[in-house]
Design a protein around this ligand. Structure first.
Ligand SMILES: Nc1ncnc2c1ncn2[C@@H]1O[C@H](COP(=O)(O)OP(=O)(O)O)[C@@H](O)[C@H]1O
Ligand SMILES: [Mg+2]
Length: 141
C-alpha cells in the first residue's frame, strides 16, 4: 500500500474498469468495510464518467487524472478533467418533482450521499472533483 496513487486515462468509458481496479488495489489493506469500498467504487465511477462525458465532452484525447491520497483517518480521491467546469449550485435538483422521472442527473446526488466530502474546484488544467471517505471509528484500529 503506497501513500499516493495516480492514474491517467483517456476519455473512454471502457477505461472505467481499469480505474476501478486501480483504486481497489490501492485501497487493499485499508480499514474500509465492504460497503465503504462499494460506496467508493460507485462514486469514483460516477465522477470519472462525468469527467469523460461532461468535462472532456467525450473527446478521447482529453485525459482524466485520478489521484488517490491517504489522509488522516481516510482517503481523498481527486479526479481532474480538461473541461471548463460547472457550478454545482446550478445543477438541476434531481429530487424536484419535475425531474423525478428523468433517467439522468442523479450521479452527483448519489456521490454526496456515499462520500463524506465532495468538492468541485477549477484548476489550471480543467476541473477537479475531490472526494473524501473516512474510516469508521471502530475500524481505524
Ligand atoms: N466534470 C464535470 N464537468 C462539467 N460538468 C459536470 C461535471 N460533472 C458534472 N457536471 C454537471 O453536473 C450535472 C449533474 O451530474 P450527474 O448528477 O452525474 O448527472 P448526469 O451525469 O446524469 O447528467 C451534469 O449533467 C453536468 O451538467
Ligand atoms: Mg453523471
Amino acid at each position: 500500500m503506497s501513500d499516493e496513487g495516480k492514474l491517467i486515462v483517456p476519455s473512454d468509458l471502457a477505461k472505467l474498469e481499469e480505474v476501478d481496479g486501480f483504486a481497489e488495489n490501492w485501497m487493499n489493506g485499508m480499514p474500509f468495510t465492504k460497503d465503504q469500498r462499494d460506496d467508493i467504487a460507485i462514486s469514483l465511477s460516477e465522477v470519472v464518467t462525468n469527467a469523460i462525458e461532461h468535462g472532456n465532452a467525450g473527446i478521447v484525447d482529453k485525459m482524466v487524472t485520478v489521484v488517490l491520497l491517504r489522509i488522516e483517518g481516510g482517503i481523498r480521491i481527486e479526479v481532474t478533467d480538461q473541461g471548463g467546469g460547472f457550478n454545482p449550485a446550478l445543477v438541476a435538483d434531481p429530487t424536484d418533482p419535475e425531474n423525478l422521472l428523468s433517467e439522468s442527473g442523479r450521479g452527483l446526488l448519489i456521490v454526496h450521499h456515499l462520500m463524506d466530502e465532495v468538492d468541485v474546484e477549477p484548476v489550471s488544467t480543467g476541473t477537479r472533483i475531490s472526494l473524501v471517505k473516512r474510516f469508521t471509528a471502530s475500524n481505524t484500529g
